[in-house]
Structure formats: structure tokens, C-alpha cells
Ligand binder design. Sequence first.
Ligand SMILES: [Fe+2]
Ligand SMILES: [Fe+2]
Length: 308
Amino acid sequence: MIQVGQYPAPSHVVAHISDTHLLAGGAPLYGKVATDAHLKQALEQLERSSIRPDALVFTGDLADLGEPDAYTRLRGIVEPVAERLGAQLIWVMGNHDERLQYSAELFDETPNDAPQDRVYDVNGLRIISFDTSVPGYHHGDVTDDQLAWLEDVLRTPAPHGTLLAVHHPPIPTPLLEAMGMLELRDQSRLERVIRGTDVRAVLAGHLHYSTHSTFAGVPVSVAAATCYTLDLTAEQRLLSGVDFGQSMTIVHVYEDRTVHSIVPVGSPEEITGQPDSAWDVIESMTPEQREQMFSAKRSPFNLGEQAD
Ligand SMILES: [Fe+2]
Ligand SMILES: [Fe+2]
């Protein structure tokens, strides 16, 4: 495909998916939410699209109760897709996950309850899976040893910089004040480690709604969830989970920035569009012809004629 805008192609593409909350046996969450089906729908959309991610990053709460079968099911659903896409698969621990089962079932390791921190090289882009979970609790925290490890890893810059993938986002949650009780504690400690390093962006989950901010001078992008989302406009509710509005986030990494785009999960009816074959016409045109065809308001294309 030719370049028709000012920006060349990104160096890396990452599919950022979060909070799958699978249960053993494919049981519906809260008796109602088809978590397996929602995840499969997200992955089907990814595969049928022209998005070709270099990595699939799942930012935690992979299994709702940390059950071994939930992790086995997760691998069964996700691994074949990652393989077909040629994408590296990167898991991150969430507060609903359990380290023993997570390490054993997702990594085929001897079960261990150590923080599940791992480093990946995705064609020169470093992605760090950093465990912010606290065994037995839902809030987030990290140990001094983890911070020392992270500081050591970040001491050597990666060719294309680093994405830090965590579950608990280090940002305020003004639309969900109650989440303050379950946020990442003592965030200034992590901030000191990240500031001034090659970390390009922080990817997170946990909130079940998409939001963006900055932390330590870098962008933070929170992917919503594939299971259920939180209705931030619900009346007189501390929390209100709804089986609606699921999404994933696609991250494009450019030389000087990252772009985070939210992709809704679902199968709505198309109400307007053009076939992909229009690219053949576009490629045969000069920039001036493209301007007259696609930008000019009164062009045949914009007056309703097909580009092909
Ligand atoms: Fe979650
Ligand atoms: Fe969470």
C-alpha cells in the first residue's frame, strides 16, 4: 500500500487486550457474561482485519479465579491466533490471577509465587511484563526488589525503546473514585524508576474502561476489557458492570510517538463503506488527482459514486 499521508508506516504494531476474566469450563462470568465468546470475537476481528500485530499483549486479569483450566482455555483460544498472525504472545499478571497457576499453566514452569516479571524483545521493541499484583489482594503494589530489577533492565536502552505492560494503571480514575482503593500504591516509587529511561508508553488494564493519561512523562493507555465494562454513567452505583462496550486497543509505535486506537468488539451492521479494491484506483492516481477525487467536496466520489 502506498503512503498517501505525511507519516511513514509505524515500526511496530501491538494488539493490547485486557481483562479476559475466563472461568474454568467456559462458565459465564456472573452467570451471564460469555467471556470466552467475547475474547474469540475480538481475536476474529483482529484476524479478519488488515492489522498485523507484532505482539499480542494481555494486561492481566486473564483468569477470573486463577483456575488452571481457565489458563488452559486461554492458551487454547489465543495461541493459534498468535501463531497465525506471527505475533509474540505476552501475558501480564492481574489481581484476579494467581501466580502459582499463572506460572505453571501459561509458562509450563514449576509453579512459583514470585513476582511474574518478564522481558520480551519484539523486533527491537522491548516489552516488559511487570507484575503489580499483591497476593491475596486486589490493589496493586511492587516490591523494592522488583523496582531494582526494573531499574537494572532499563539501564540499557532497547533499539526501539520500551513499552511497560502492567495491570494496575498508575493514573487517577476520576470517573470511578472507588477504584482509588484498588489502585497501584506508592506510585512515586515506580515513577522514579521510569522517568528519563527509554520507556515510551505504559500499557495497562484493570479499570474495564478505556482511558489515557501520562505517568513519569510518558503516555499511559488503559485498554478496557473483553469480558464486561464499567458503566461510568450509572445512577447511584458504586460500581456498575455491564455486558456492553467491550474493546481492545491497537498500539502503533512510530519513531517519535505511539498511537493508541480503541477498537470496539462486536459485529455491527455496516451502514456506509467502500471496498478495499479502491486502493487500486488510489494507487494509480497522482496526489493532485487524489485531492480532487477524495478531498474535493463536489467530486464524483463525495457525491456518491463508487471509487472503483
Ligand atoms: Fe479485571
Ligand atoms: Fe484488575
